[in-house]
Structure formats: structure tokens, C-alpha cells
Design a binder for this molecule. Structure first.
Ligand code: URA
Length: 250
């Protein structure tokens, strides 16, 4: 069975790999030699970034999640165990944005499940929020990168560029009232700045996404806070600022 032309075009624009790799009815179709050649050619012909971003910007949640799961747009696809799409309520008022999956997240396919994740959950609980879908005040948690950089090295600019359309589409679909951006890397990537975190904290940023300006608060990454306990007080101040900004919201 083949996809309709619009979806096939999206698939190609996404750099998702050869068409025969798609699972139809749960079964991978086998390639014919001719298809094999066409697929290889498609992989070698890079899709312009703008075209790929436009294809992603037209996706709904399920399509987006499938696209992330099959993404081969950067080298991280060769070393990841699982992609890490995000977790929580897709209609939450708050979206938490971290850097990239670590080893535990890569193994489980869920963001922030290691030690830093436990601290994040505690920080959220302290302000009455939770990643649980059925929580009274749920959040959605996502990362700038959907795949783990090997050895937890810093993400490379080309990896960020390839992954950015996914996060922007998540923000556009979820329409959060507030972004809580965790750590220098996520803040600099999302806000397109090289300002230090000390200059980014303590005020509301406005991130233009899909015709809206989404308020964003920058705070320390939980992994940093595990090593720098004294800065937990500043992180608490950031959470209070986020609450204040989102005043009245659950
Ligand atoms: N650090 C992050 O930034 N994200 C995760 O998902 C885990 C650790």
C-alpha cells in the first residue's frame, strides 16, 4: 500500500529515509531493486532546510511524532537508541524545554527521567505542576534535541538546526501560555542568542512561534542545580517569576 501524494511528499521532504522503510500495517515493505535505487538517490539529494521546515510546520501531533521517530536528518540517528519526543499533556499551559536526552532518556524514550529529571519533577511539584497527563496543572516536557548526543557531548549547530522545526511545531501545536526554558544551551538555542544565562534569567522573553509571541522564562538546568546547590534559590525565584507571569492560570 502506498501513501497519498501529499503524505509521500512530506515523507520525502522530511528526510525520513527511503520509502520502503515505512511500516505499512506494522510490516516493513520490501524494496524492489528499482525502488532501492530511487530511495538511495532520494537520500543523497538533500532536501532544502526551508522545504523540510515547511513540511514539519504543516504536521499534526501524530504525524510529527512519527516524523521524529523516523528522522534521519542528522548523524544522531545513527547512535540513538530511541528518539525522545516529549511527555505530558499536549494542552498544558506550560511547556518545559530542556537540552537533549541523556543515557537514561535515550534508553526509555522519555525526557528527564534520570537524576536531573527527578529534581525537575520535585521543582514542578513545589509549584503544583506535574508531567502526569491527568494532573490538575499538567506540563508538557520537550527538549531542543530529540536524540541523545553520544557521550552527552554538547549538541552541534547542525543538529540543533535540523531539530528546531520539530520543537517549534510542538510549541505551535500545544499553544502553551508559558515556556520554562532550562539551562544555557536550551535558552541560547531557542532564543537565538549567545548571552549568558545570568543575562537571560529574571525577565520574560517573547518567542515568536506560528504568529504568536510565547512568553518564556529562562532558568538553570536541573543537572546544573545538582552540582550547584546554592543556585537553587535563584531557580526558585525563576519559578516564582513564571508563576507570576502566568498569574491566574492553573
Ligand atoms: N537533560 C535534558 O536537558 N533533557 C533530558 O531529557 C534529560 C536531561
Amino acid at each position: 500500500m502506498s501513501l497519498d501524494p501529499r503524505r509521500a511528499a512530506l515523507w520525502q521532504a522530511m528526510n525520513l529515509g527511503p520509502e520502503w522503510v515505512r511500516r505499512e500495517h506494522g510490516q516493513p515493505a520490501r524494496p524492489s531493486p528499482a525502488q532501492d535505487g530511487a530511495a538511495a538517490a532520494a537520500l543523497q539529494a538533500p532536501v532544502p532546510a526551508a522545504q523540510r521546515a515547511a513540511a514539519i510546520a504543516a504536521m499534526g501531533w501524530d504525524e510529527l511524532q512519527a516524523a521524529v521517530a523516523g528522522c534521519t536528518a542528522c548523524g544522531l540517528c545513527q547512535t540513538r537508541t530511541r528518539t525522545v519526543f516529549g511527555v505530558g499533556s499536549r494542552t498544558a499551559r506550560w511547556m518545559i524545554v530542556g537540552e537533549a536526552p541523556g543515557a537514561e532518556e535515550d534508553a526509555r524514550g522519555e525526557p528527564f527521567v534520570g537524576q536531573a529529571g527527578r529534581l525537575l519533577d520535585n521543582m514542578l511539584a513545589a509549584i503544583g505542576r506535574s508531567r502526569a497527563q491527568d494532573a490538575q496543572a499538567p506540563v508538557f516536557i520537550a527538549n531542543v534535541l530529540k536524540c541523545r548526543p553520544p557521550g552527552n557531548r554538547n549538541p552541534q549547530p547542525e543538529e540543533v538546526a535540523a531539530c528546531e522545526p520539530f520543537l517549534l511545531r510542538q510549541i505551535e501545536l500545544a499553544q502553551p501560555q508559558l515556556l520554562l526554558v532550562m539551562g544555557r544551551f536550551a535558552a541560547q538555542s531557542l532564543l537565538h542568542t549567545d548571552a549568558p544565562i545570568s543575562a537571560l534569567r529574571g525577565r520574560a522573553h517573547r518567542l515568536p512561534v506560528g504568529g504568536r509571541e510565547v512568553p518564556a522564562i529562562v532558568t538553570y538546568h536541573p543537572a546544573y542545580l545538582l552540582r550547584n546547590l546554592a543556585d537553587k534559590a535563584k531557580a526558585w525565584a525563576d519559578l516564582c517569576l513564571a508563576l507570576q507571569l502566568d498569574e491566574g492560570g492553573a
